[in-house]
Design a protein around this ligand. Structure first.
Ligand code: THU
Length: 136
């Protein structure tokens, strides 16, 4: 049986607890669901040099791709002030939208959650007219 959106959000929340965010104090967790039903998680990992910081979504995606996955159905994302419940949903950064688009179609479900709200969009909503291999 496939995992529900609620369960995927719970896994993103769990992953968020392993964020390393001493510089921004903003922790993010992501849970990426493959079409085969597996889930790969990630959290943001920051760096004293700032630029090498990697977002939660990319940690989850790269872990999945390295495990041999190429086909994704949904990603749940939660974030907020470190140590606190996620206050309001936020949309993923532009770099993560672009990186997700390398391995997902416009139909990828993007579930952005806070403790009280859930916003469900698609990658197509978030990255209209994006650049991809089809344009090369
Ligand atoms: N961050 C994410 O992990 N995902 C996003 O989509 C937006 C931002 C992280 C990066 C950085 O560690 C912190 O949130 C503040 O920007």
């Amino acid at each position: 049986m496939k995992i529900s959106d609620k369960e995927l959000i719970a896994l993103a929340n769990e992953a968020r607890e392993r964020s390393y965010c001493p510089y921004s104090g903003f922790s993010v967790g992501a849970a990426l669901l493959t079409r085969g039903g597996k889930v790969y998680t990630g959290a943001n990992i920051e760096n004293a040099s700032f630029t090498p910081t990697v977002c939660a979504e990319r940690v989850a995606l790269f872990t999945a791709v390295h495990a041999g996955e190429r086909d994704f159905e949904a990603i749940a994302i939660v974030g907020g002030k470190c140590g606190e419940a996620a206050k309001s949903p936020f949309t993923p950064c532009g770099v993560c939208r672009q990186v997700l688009s390398e391995f997902s179609g416009k139909d990828l479900k993007v579930i952005i959650a806070s403790e009280s709200d859930t916003l469900t969009l698609t990658l197509g909503d978030l990255l209209p007219h994006g650049f991809g291999k089809d344009l090369m």
